[in-house]
Design a protein around this ligand. Sequence first.
Ligand code: FES
Length: 106
Amino acid sequence: IHIRFVHADQTEETITAATGQSLMKAAVDADIHGIEADCGGVLTCATCHVMIDSPWAEKLPKPVADETDMLDFAASPVEAGSRLSCQVRLTPELDGLVVRLPASQH
Ligand code: FES
């Protein structure tokens, strides 16, 4: 599937990623700057914070409480579309997904 990343400075990068993995893993493998993922995806760092807006946000399962709790520790302001990308699993329906990156993860 194709995923478009929009950086805080509005520059964009599009990657092709396999389904079945997390959005964080796909971004890290593609060397997308702006996703740190210090904890490697076990929901203890909040440095994989991204914003996923409508209409994509509605296609995602709602965050579990642990993800919502951890978002409180994100370095950049949390918005309505804020998610931790290690908890977003890529599925075929997400082809064309647009992901906004925060200015900083620290
Ligand atoms: Fe650490 Fe997502 S990679 S919380």
